[in-house]
Design a protein around this ligand. Structure first.
Ligand code: GDP
Ligand code: MG
Length: 652
């Protein structure tokens, strides 16, 4: 096991300075001779051509370097919401994180989303306030916002001098003098024994406080705050030292059976598919064969690499606690587990699901099959694309997060696969939910041989509840093995409701039914379930649900009237604005469907001065005429005869 190692992710909203910080780390570690610049496209971690062009990172990239005899594996994650699924997977692979904020822009909606994800997973996190040298830097305001909007339990380890100026600097609050009272308070409030001592007037020495602070940070009970300017190289050494001091070393047992997670897939020009792996237990050696948990695939490792700033080094094994890139695993997908799915592997908790669906077309008709092939490859690398190929309709559908992701996909298709493609206008992904309680009935006993009779009760549930299933039918009426098929088929049956969208927030109860001792086959229940449920949805009627975004807008006061007018028009709502220094801050909610282009409108309205950030809030009811009701794709279970014919063929 590697104890002298740290696996961390660096996260932030776009432009906070992650790539610049990473560049500084590599320079300090002696991995590069000069610090590359994002502005000139010369950095080490942004290496796709599209990243260089746009100056943003679109994929998580992995870089390793040594600092104070410790191997640091650093995942630089994309900062744009469009690439959240990449961030989410990376969080499963690390033991700690640096969350970067800008001293000028402060806490953005995306910062908050990422922070909640880190908090939910209890990932020890260092908050780094960057850009203290930039005009407009206001460290105190950012700290106060962190306390209000992210977490009250922080320990500010440094103070700033000359902020907002080229000669800005930082001072440690932890050296020579006593630990500041406010940090002592933070530490004792999360430690009962110390709190008792403190209350009884006992003196607690600095060393104890510092040791306890360290412990509290490693369990994500306290978040240290550090300051700096990556561009000027200020505070970066302290940040690296803090990583070693506060982020725990990886745990895991190399003698246990292998358990490793594929958290990313890269593409190498020579070796092809490259899986980014975090090994939790056991180890993988070059030339080893492995099975993938929950599948029939086995695969053979052909090379193991550690990536040092653009170049790589081949290593013979990667074992518990380590992260590496592994070649040869051709059939793996992102999210696969190699070996056994042990408890050590953290579950994927989605940060932000794609909210748009879009059709993509090949510019040259002849490229259509090649485009479909390329999209299957890309959706192995990013399963959230949920690539669907409707051969009948000659449609290629993807789920996406936004414009930037579409632009990036077009560039990748052209540069890597040599295919020119264009997107249609995307549609918001609506959902539907039963409007009232109702029953659905199916009697599938023709054409023989088949027998499945069922009655379902369909009930609407609260927003965000998802799908529940219960059976009240005894196994004398419908054998358990058939009931299992019913439960297994429900997600498929709910993929499209009567308005053409996924059905959610409902409870389905199997209340009556029978099998037939001679005629029933498990497949009969697979065929019948969607018919019964669609019948129920027809009886209950469904309400369309649309995605709602939370927004934060700040602009100068004279724009307030125009902007609140826009929000009304978009069917949005907002809280009363707050004012500061001639500017207002407005928070509220609006539908994604009406606000897709709003960042562009706002930018032209304000001459680029207004700031907006948005984050997914949830689904809310939407009148049919303001949303999209679409025809069923494929053959609907309500078109009984045709549906049965097709469903039976599929089962054969
Ligand atoms: P990322 O999107 O988070 O990876 O951010 P980048 O590293 O690409 O930086 C975004 C922009 O901010 C670039 O123009 C950088 O030169 C600039 N920048 C980064 N760090 C600092 C800093 O500490 N001070 C100032 N003034 N600018 C910075
Ligand atoms: Mg970047």
């Amino acid at each position: 096991m590697v104890t002298k190692a740290r696996n961390i992710a660096i996260l932030a909203h776009a432009d906070a300075g992650k790539t610049t910080i990473t560049e500084n780390f590599l320079f300090l570690a002696g991995k590069i001779k000069s610090i590359g610049s994002v502005d000139n496209g010369t950095t080490q971690s942004d290496c796709l051509p599209v990243e260089m062009e746009r100056g943003i990172s679109v994929r998580s990239s992995l870089i390793s370097f040594h600092w104070n005899n410790t191997l640091i594996n650093l995942a630089d994650t994309p900062g744009h919401v469009d690439f959240s699924s990449d961030v989410e997977r990376t969080l499963c692979a690390v033991d700690g994180a640096i969350l970067v904020l800008s001293a000028v822009e402060g806490v953005q909606a995306h910062t908050e989303t990422i922070f909640r994800a880190l908090q939910n997973r209890k990932i020890p996190t260092l908050l780094f306030i960057n850009k203290i040298d930039r005009v407009g830097a206001d460290v105190e305001a950012v700290i106060s916002d962190i306390r209000k909007e992210l977490a009250p339990n922080i320990a500010v380890l440094q103070s700033v001098v000359n902020q907002g100026e080229g000669n800005a600097g930082i001072l440690s609050r932890m050296q020579n003098t006593a630990v500041p009272a406010e940090i002592v308070e933070e530490v004792i409030t999360v430690n009962d024994t110390l709190l008792e001592k403190y209350l009884s007037g006992e003196n607690i020495d600095n060393e104890t406080i510092i040791a306890e602070l360290r412990k509290s940070v490693t369990v994500a009970a306290i978040y240290p705050v550090l300051l700096g300017s990556a561009k000027q190289g200020i505070g970066v050494v302290d940040l690296l030292n803090a990583v070693i001091e506060f982020i725990p070393a990886p745990s895991g047992d190399p003698r246990k059976p292998l358990s490793a997670l594929v958290f990313g897939i890269g593409h190498d020009r020579v070796m092809g598919k490259m899986a980014l792996l975090r090994v939790y237990d056991g180890s993988i050696g070059n030339r080893d064969m492995f099975s993938i948990a929950h599948s029939d695939y086995t695969c053979k490792v052909t090379q193991i690499r550690r990536i040092f700033s653009g170049k790589h080094e081949e290593i013979p094994v990667v074992s518990a606690g380590e992260i590496a890139a592994v070649c040869g695993l051709y059939s793996v997908q992102v999210g696969d587990i190699l070996g056994v799915a042990s408890d050590a592997v953290p579950p994927l908790i989605p940060l932000h699901a794609p909210l748009l669906t879009v059709q993509i077309r090949a510019v040259n008709d002849n490229d259509y099959p090649a485009l479909a092939e390329a999209l299957s490859v890309l959706s192995c690398e990013d399963p959230s694309l949920e690539f669907a190929w409707l051969c009948g309709e000659r449609e290629l559908n993807l789920k996406i997060m936004g414009w930037i992701q579409m632009e990036v996909l077009v560039t990748i298709l052209e540069s890597r696969f040599n295919i020119k493609a264009v997107f249609d206008k995307p549609t918001v992904i609506y959902k539907e939910t039963p409007t009232k309680m109702a029953e659905g009935f199916v009697q599938y006993w023709m054409p023989k041989p088949c027998w499945a009779v069922m009655r379902f009760l369909i009930e609407p549930l609260e927003r965000g509840s998802g799908v529940e299933f219960e059976s009240r039918v005894s196994v004398d009426k419908i054998q358990q093995k058939y009931q299992n098929e019913v439960e297994r088929t429900i997600p498929k049956a709910l993929e499209q409701g009567i308005k053409g969208w996924e059905v959610t927030d409902l409870k389905i109860t199997l209340i009556e039914g029978e099998d037939h001792v001679m005629h029933s086959r498990p497949g009969d229940f697979v065929v019948a379930t969607p018919m019964g449920i669609m019948d129920g949805l027809t009886n209950s009627g469904t309400t369309l649900l649309e995605p709602i975004l939370g927004f934060k807008i700040s602009a100068s006061e004279e724009l307030l009237g125009a902007i609140t007018g826009d929000i009304h028009q978009m069917r949005g709502r907002f809280d009363s604005p707050t004012f500061d220094n001639g500017k207002f801050l407005l928070t509220g909610f609006f539908p994604l469907a009406t606000s897709i282009d709003y960042p562009v409108t706002l930018s032209s309205r304000s001459g680029g001065k207004a700031k907006i950030s948005t984050t997914f809030h949830g689904y809310e009811p939407c009148p049919d005429e303001l949303g999209v009701v679409r025809p069923f794709k494929g053959i609907s279970p309500l078109d009984t005869a045709k549906y049965i014919l097709k469903a039976r063929k599929a089962l054969q």
